[in-house]
Design a protein around this ligand. Structure first.
Ligand SMILES: Cc1ncc(COP(=O)(O)O)c(C=O)c1O
Length: 384
């Protein structure tokens, strides 16, 4: 008997019933007062979750599109940037920058580790001619389950000409990211993870310093042109937004952000932290190890080393087909070596308890001995 799939993945994540209900409604036209009110409310709530006073731009796109948008709006061909990569998504940022002809210096860190911020500082100190125009980094590296210290990097860059551009696609709304206080110039995120919306929207905040960089940038842009979207938000043009928006996704996202406001941002962060720590306790009770050091382990997604000789894909298949719970495997060279449990967005403690019960069954089925109930008890204890 199949039940609704529980996605314990790092995106897309489960969509709250209140949001689903909104998605089932008849379409409304975007050049109406009704839709304008939705946009205005959403804009205020986006500023709230981004912790910024600046307008938050919105695109019909996945997160990767918005990463590309940051490159074409901030830079010119040949501009030098420092890309910090601690996993697959940091690598992607470097690749996009290269495709657009930027001069990319990559600071690569072993997968499973976070960046040592003093290494960034050293590189920037050595750049005496100030050729490096920006630091591009991932806040939460979903492929390895670690969270970088964006606040510390912000401190290094504050008061300088250099921009800080952060991929917060899997973190914003689940982890604290104080855009303005920490001096993050461009923050990029997507609808389908901690923000509890359906996939298909991307959001970008742009600081005053980044708007100055926009004015200097010569890379071609049309759909991605930030200024058109900003003018629309500020109502300097009647075309708000500039192109036909993803109306259904937008109304859904507006509802999801209302829920986050009702819960309170700090409570949302606290819930993510508690679920993550409980996940770590469950992993230990299964006799397994995290991929990262515990203190680096993300509150959004937990990456776990697969036990020797155990087929991760088989575990995932059993969980999916028999127990209707989806977890994720490893990416690139970590494929088959780790599995990842997402606990981000619309997730509660019972979802986690169920996940560990299913994990125990699945491990048992493939011949890895686990004491029945041990990890479930550990999770419940940690959540008390
Ligand atoms: C940290 C990070 N960056 C970028 C992306 C890419 O986002 P999208 O798949 O929405 O293009 C993801 C998606 O998982 C991510 O987790």
């Amino acid at each position: 008997m199949q039940k609704e799939k529980l996605l314990m993945t790092p995106g897309p994540t489960m969509i709250p019933p209140r949001v689903l209900e909104v998605m089932g409604r008849q379409i409304i036209h975007h050049r109406t007062k009704e839709f304008e009110d939705v946009l205005d409310g959403l804009q205020e709530d986006l500023k709230f979750v981004f912790q910024t006073k600046n307008p938050v731009l919105m695109f019909a796109s996945s997160g990767t599109g918005a990463m590309e948008s940051a490159i074409v709006n901030m830079f010119s061909p040949g501009d030098k940037v420092l890309v910090v990569s601690v996993g697959a998504f940091g690598d992607r940022f470097a690749e996009i920058a290269k495709v657009f002809g930027l001069d990319v210096q990559k600071l690569a860190v072993n997968w499973g580790e976070t960046v040592n911020v003093s290494e960034i500082e050293d590189i920037l100190n050595k750049d005496v001619n100030k050729e490096i125009k920006a630091v591009l980094m991932t806040h939460n590296e979903t492929s390895t389950g670690v969270t970088n210290d964006v606040e510390a990097v912000g401190k290094i860059l504050k008061g300088t000409e250099r921009l800080l551009i952060v991929d917060a696609i899997s973190s914003l709304g689940g982890l604290d990211l104080q855009t303005d206080n920490w001096g993050v110039d461009v923050v990029i995120t997507g609808s389908q993870k901690a923000l509890m919306g359906p996939p298909g929207l991307a959001f970008v905040s742009v600081s005053d310093k980044a708007w100055e960089a926009y004015e200097r940038s010569t890379l071609p842009k049309f759909y991605w042109d930030y200024k058109k979207f900003k003018k629309a938000i500020l109502k300097e043009t009647s075309e708000n937004p500039p192109y036909t928006p993803a109306i259904t996704l937008i109304t859904a996202q507006a509802e999801a952000l209302k829920m986050m406001k009702e819960e309170g941002l700090q409570n949302v962060f606290e819930r993510h932290k508690k679920l993550a720590l409980a996940t770590q306790a469950g992993v230990r009770a299964l006799g397994l190890e995290l991929l990262p050091k515990q203190e680096d382990s993300s509150y959004i997604i937990t990456a776990v080393k697969a036990p020797e000789g155990i087929d991760v894909e088989k575990i995932r298949k059993i969980m999916n087909l028999k127990y209707d719970i989806m977890i994720t495997g490893g990416q690139k060279h970590l494929k088959g070596k780790i599995f990842r449990i997402g606990h981000c967005g619309y997730v509660n403690k019972f979802d986690l308890v169920k996940t560990f019960a299913a994990l125990e069954y699945a491990f048992d089925e493939v011949g890895y001995n686990v004491e029945a109930g041990a990890s479930v008890a550990a999770v419940q204890k940690a959540l008390k």
